[in-house]
Each structure stands twice: as structure tokens, then as C-alpha cells.
Design a protein around this ligand. Structure first.
Ligand code: MCA
Ligand code: AMP
Length: 504
């Protein structure tokens, strides 16, 4: 048996001299990537990482982070990437739940992560910084570049990505070699990626979008990427003429549309702009088209499923829709409660099935079972409709979720932290339309009787416990939360009341 996913990346052998990643002055060829990932894979083995073991990684974006991903695949380990914004408090849960055989973190966090690892009985962390330096690279540098890839089949685990849950604890979505490989093949073909492409990569690499959609599609096509540490409009406009494709969350595109540098000439070298992770406003789509002549291609995915639907490469890219189910993937609209199929043209729960769909949540068989129908369809939690031409639109969420700048935030997690603060009786966290982030987190708080806590004190209490991006942008105080007859907080009413709060 060979290594299933690596078999899809022949460029590592066959396109040795081609640049894989350009990052500033550095150019890492496919041959370099093969050698360096081989050294890191040898290090994983030397550290005792066995097939199926988890490698937890919380580091800034770097080329070496991607080589570490490849090394995990080659060594048969499962990569567990973590958002750099997570606090040590948040990290403790992930490490305790996943029990990684190896931990890699930024050097500035080494002491804190080591203390956590000691407490949990896990190995001490290795370090990797944004320049690719640290104990991981130093130790791997002394090892041989040759590595025989560990045999792995299509159903073996390749990665675990944690997604927050509507009912509390984060769940680790287990993705197999074939989940990743099938989606990479499909996206390469659907979006016409070839070895001639150069992808401008400004996304973070700890989530599915920047990691798998961008990098696996590049690897399977044998094409190149220009790596930016983050989205920075100056860098993006400077490098657009050197790229042929770009992937982004809607915030990238709203920022570009608001920038006078976005012109036909600026975008002339690009053949494809892709958007996803959150809804792209039809208005942004239209403005971008008017300014550049490019119709942004919107697609829809999830951590658990990789990409499910996409607007077409040829043919109409319809604003406000997420296009058609990708080849080999089935999508249907069902009654959110009973699961019965909805009549054509009605709104219901989007359910999907295909080789892209994950195998389950790490050590949570009940939660896994609850999110699949008996015929194998995964219940996405997104409400949608399929029109007469087959275009899927997402019209809402059946799950209480806020998406801010492409990051998912589950209100329940923020509410439980706020409710635990002295001086708070209860809270409701909502997403409010925001011109830059799509939605921004707002907390509606009821003070405990006889207390006078303010918004600043609430934010201060959350610091260190919740990542900054999850913290409310604004705190509003009310005497009581609106409730329906079942005593459930009416979040829709709160969202409606506060919808103009951030209006531009
Ligand atoms: C940063 N901040 C945020 C966010 N990002 N607050 C709310 N929401 C955010 N998304 C906060 C920081 O903590 C900081 O707060 C302040 O904003 C400025 O931070 P900075 O890093 O300068 O912000 P930025 O560079 O402007 O970043 C915004 C961004 C970035 C470009 C939208 O968040 C981003 O790249 N998002 C992409 C997320 C993504 O890749 N999602 C894919 C998930 P303070 O100043 O107070 O400290 S995968 C997925 O959803 C599925 C599979 C799919 O379909 O793709
Ligand atoms: P995540 O858990 O980070 O993988 O986020 C997945 C969720 O992002 C989906 O369930 C959708 O709610 C949302 N999402 C992804 N792409 C789109 C899109 N193009 N339009 C609207 N929502 C999207």
C-alpha cells in the first residue's frame, strides 16, 4: 500500500525545479518541499510519532508550517492545526481532548504550553516561529531528507480540525486521506487549476480554507503560491500582477472594493477570484464585477465536509448563491426536524453526502450519530434553497452561529463565559451586520440585581479566557432579555433591534 494522499501530489517528485511557495525573497521549490518535509517526517518518527497519532500545531503562518503538514501526511500522523488567537485556557481543552504525541507552538508561548503539557502528561512542545525558525527546524535540519512515506489507505486519518459546537464543547472533525484527496482533485478540475497557476495566498493556514482548499489544490495541480503572512491590502495590490488566482473570505473582497487601487488593470493578470467561508454580499459581487470585469466565484464548504458546492467556472456565477453541488457530491434540502425531503423550491436544511464528508467527531460517537441521517447524509446546520436551475442559496442558519471575518463563533461559548462573571445575571450573544467583518459579535447583558458592572469590565474579564476575535465588539445592557412563550431568548428580535449598530 502506498500513502494515499501523497500519491496525489506527484509534483513533489516530478516538478522538482518548480516554485511551490514564494514568500518574500524565499522561493521553495517542489524539490525543497520534498527534502524539508522528509527531514521533518524523520523527526516525527524519531520523536515516536506513530501512524494515527496527533500532532498539535499552534504557530504563525510560515512555509515550514506547510512542510510540517506534509511531513505529518508522509509519516501517517494526523495534523491538528489550532488558531493562533486561542488562549492557553482554550488550548488546554484541545490538548487534553486530542492527546497529541507531539506539540509545536510559537516560541513566545513555549513556557505556557510546556506548563500545560506537563499538567496533561503530554510531551514538551517544540517551537516554530513566523520565519520558520525554532527547535523544530533546528532538529529536523540535522536529519536526512530521504523518507519512505508511511503506507496509508483512503480511510486513514489525515487531520483533525476542531469546530465549536452549538451545544458547548468543541468537536474534532476527523478528515481522512480520501476526504482531502477527493476534494483537491475535484476543485483542481472544477476551477481549472494547472501547473501554470500562481495562487495569491493571504489566508491563515490553521483552517480548512487556507490549508486544504488552497494548499491541496495547489499540490494536486503542481502549481505555485505566493505566501503573504496575512491579508494586507498593500501587499495584495502589489502582488496581484504576479498571480493568476486568489482565494479569500468576503472581508478580503469588501476591503478590495473599498480601495481605489481595485481596477481592471490591477486584476488583469488574475483568471479566477474565489470567495467562501461566509456569505459574500450580492452587492460586493456586483461592485467587484463592475470595477474589474471579474465575477467572483462563490463556493460553500464546512470544516466537516471540505467544499460542497461551487458556482461554475464557465457559465453564470450567480450573486447571492453558492452554485451547484460539486461533482460526486449530493446535496438535498430537508425538513430540519423530521428530515423528510422538502418540495422543490422550498427552504430547508442542507444535507450533503460524498467522499468529501468527514468520518465523525473525535471520541464523540453520539454527536457524530446525531449529525448524520441513516442514509449517510450529513446535516450541515445551514438553511438553504435550490432554485429551478439547480443553484443552491444559503438563506440562514439552523445553528446559533456568528461568522465574523470568516471565523466561526458560537454564542453559547461566549455566553457561558459572560454569565460566569460577577455582576452578570445573564447574557445573549448575537451577530450584528458589520461592514468589514460581515457580522460582529455583540453581547446583550442583564446585570445582577444591585450591581453596576460596565462593558469594559466584561471585556477585561474575558481577556485571557477567550480569543480576541470571539470577544464582543460591543456590550449592551438591558433590564431583561426578550423571551418567547417557551422561555427561549428571542435572538432574532435582538438582531433586528440592533441591526443598524455598525451601519457605515
Ligand atoms: C482579527 N480580529 C477579528 C478578526 N480577525 N475580530 C473579529 N473577527 C475576525 N475575523 C481582531 C483581532 O483580534 C484584533 O483585535 C483586530 O481584529 C485586528 O486584528 P488583525 O489581525 O489586524 O485583523 P485583520 O488582519 O484585519 O484580520 C481580519 C481578517 C482575518 C483578514 C478578516 O480575520 C482573516 O484572515 N480571516 C480569515 C478567516 C478564515 O480563513 N476562515 C476560514 C475558516 P484587537 O485589536 O482588539 O486585538 S474555514 C471555513 O469557514 C470553511 C471550511 C470554508 O467554507 O472555508
Ligand atoms: P466552518 O465551521 O469554519 O467550517 O464554517 C462552515 C460554515 O461557514 C458553514 O456551515 C456555513 O454556515 C458558512 N459558509 C461557508 N461558506 C459559505 C458561503 N459561501 N456562504 C455562506 N455561508 C458559508
Amino acid at each position: 500500500m502506498t500513502n494515499h494522499l501523497m500519491r496525489h501530489f506527484p509534483a513533489l517528485r516530478e516538478r522538482a525545479a518548480t516554485p511551490f511557495i514564494t514568500a518574500g525573497e524565499r522561493i521553495i521549490s517542489y524539490a525543497d518541499a520534498a527534502d524539508q518535509s522528509g527531514r521533518i517526517a524523520n523527526l516525527l518518527i524519531a520523536q515516536g510519532v506513530a501512524p494515527g497519532d496527533r500532532v498539535a500545531v499552534q504557530v504563525e503562518k510560515s512555509v515550514e508550517m506547510i512542510l510540517l503538514y506534509l511531513a505529518c501526511v508522509r509519516a501517517g500522523a494526523a495534523l491538528l492545526p489550532l488558531n493562533t488567537a486561542y488562549t492557553l485556557t482554550e488550548l488546554e481543552y484541545f490538548l487534553g481532548d486530542a492527546e497529541p504525541a507531539m506539540i509545536v507552538c510559537g516560541p513566545e508561548r513555549e513556557a505556557g504550553v510546556k506548563a500545560l503539557a506537563d499538567k496533561l502528561g503530554l510531551p514538551a512542545p517544540m517551537t516554530l516561529d513566523s520565519d520558520g525558525l525554532g527547535t523544530l527546524s533546528a532538529r529536523a535540519g540535522g536529519l536526512a531528507p530521504d523518507f519512505t512515506d508511511v503506507a496509508r489507505g483512503p480511510d486513514d486519518l489525515a487531520a483533525i480540525l476542531y469546530t465549536s459546537g452549538t451545544t458547548g464543547r468543541s468537536k474534532g472533525a476527523m478528515l481522512t486521506h480520501e476526504n482531502l484527496a477527493s476534494n483537491a482533485r475535484t476543485l483542481r478540475d472544477y476551477w481549472r487549476f494547472t501547473a501554470q497557476d500562481v495562487l495569491l495566498h493571504a489566508l491563515p493556514v490553521f483552517h480548512s480554507h487556507g490549508l486544504f482548499v488552497a494548499i491541496n489544490t495547489t499540490l494536486v495541480a503542481g502549481s505555485s503560491m505566493i505566501f503573504l503572512p496575512r491579508f494586507d491590502a498593500d501587499d495584495v495590490f502589489r502582488l496581484l500582477p504576479q498571480a493568476t488566482t486568489m482565494m479569500g473570505v468576503p472581508t478580503f473582497y469588501t476591503r478590495m472594493v473599498g480601495d481605489p487601487r481595485l481596477t481592471r488593470e490591477a486584476a488583469a493578470h488574475i483568471r479566477l477570484f474565489v470567495s467562501g467561508s461566509a456569505p459574500l454580499l450580492a452587492e460586493t459581487h456586483r461592485q467587484f464585477l463592475a470595477m474589474t470585469g471579474h465575477a467572483i466565484l462563490e463556493r460553500y464548504g464546512m470544516t466537516e465536509t471540505n467544499m460542497n458546492t461551487s458556482n461554475p467556472y464557465d457559465g453564470e456565477r450567480r450573486p447571492g448563491t453558492v452554485g451547484f453541488p460539486l461533482p460526486g457530491i449530493q446535496a438535498r434540502i430537508c425538513d430540519p426536524d423530521g428530515g423528510a425531503p422538502c418540495p422543490d423550491g422550498t427552504i430547508g436544511m442542507i444535507e450533503v453526502k460524498g467522499p468529501n464528508v468527514f468520518t465523525g467527531y473525535w471520541r464523540m460517537p453520539e454527536k457524530t450519530a446525531a449529525e448524520f441521517r441513516s442514509d449517510g447524509f450529513f446535516i450541515t446546520g445551514d438553511l438553504g434553497i435550490i432554485d429551478a436551475d439547480g443553484y443552491v442559496s444559503i438563506v440562514g442558519r439552523g445553528k446559533d452561529l456568528v461568522i465574523s471575518g470568516g471565523y466561526n463563533i458560537y454564542p453559547i461559548e461566549i455566553e457561558s463565559e459572560i454569565d460566569a462573571i460577577d455582576g452578570v445575571a445573564e447574557s445573549a450573544v448575537i451577530g450584528v451586520p458589520h461592514p468589514d467583518l460581515g457580522e460582529a459579535v455583540v453581547a446583550v447583558v442583564v446585570r445582577a440585581p444591585g450591581t453596576n458592572i460596565d462593558g469594559e469590565a466584561i471585556i477585561a474579564a474575558l481577556d485571557g479566557r477567550l480569543a480576541r476575535f470571539k470577544q464582543p465588539r460591543r456590550v449592551i445592557f438591558v433590564d431583561e432579555l426578550p423571551r418567547n412563550t417557551m422561555a427561549k431568548v428571542q435572538k432574532q428580535r435582538l438582531r433586528e433591534e440592533h441591526k443598524a449598530m455598525f451601519a457605515a
